[in-house]
Design a protein around this ligand. Sequence first.
Ligand code: ZN
Length: 281
Amino acid sequence: MRELKSRKQVIPEYFDNDKLRDRFIKNLTNKESNLDYKKAKEDLEAIHYNKCVYCESKFKNDYMEIEHYRPKKSDKNIQNSYAYYWLYISFENLIASCKKCNLKKKNSFDIKKDRAVYQNEPLDDLHFITSKYNEIEKPLLIHPEVDENFEKDIKINKLAELESDSERVIYTIRTCNLNRENLKEARGVVIEDFKRELEDILSIAIDFIELDKLDRAIDIFKAKIDKFDKKSSIENEYSFVRVYILENIDEFLDWFDIKDREIFEDLVKLSLEEARIEKES
Ligand SMILES: [Zn+2]
């Protein structure tokens, strides 16, 4: 889960037609919204980097679903379930989710304060009402496009599981089942590949050090770090793993079972430092 910097700013024209407005006014509870879902899907995919806002899996074929952050329907199987029927076409309330996260989340939406109620606001006002409602309700589920500063509360362990001390992050992980096997496996591949790449170059680096060529040893490590870092930008699948490792290098180094540990750790840290300096300049 990443904090999405690209946000919805303009309401697409398919939200702005008489037919849709008419239906919205006449029948708020109608599930058939007349919204051009095909276009909405395309827009959401683009805004959310063609991946699920919760698990970061890229969408393949028709894998993506339009998820209602605040559920449009209540669910008798869920405790304290509540229907935000008037938000069924609020642009901000629509997010791109994969089928697996959506299926697990269903219509869950627990809050810490008071439920928001519909006060006859026109559709235009409902498109960007999430922040206002969040103040009223204090929801537990994170909206990765609207909520800020939650990434720092997510941790990843060496089994590629997400962990947190934050109530909202824990709720979101549990509600979307972000530690399901296929995700742990996919994130684990990112971790293991990087570990192996670094382990594989250690003996060459040591040879360079013995020849008094520390710079060369650092260079080959830095090349691997640069390559890893390139894919840490948000449009990439499971980019959070990469961001987390690069920002918590000591923790990552603990995951290695390696001889020559001291040299290895020095090389990783020195090359990471160089990569950072180069990136900033
Ligand atoms: Zn997902």
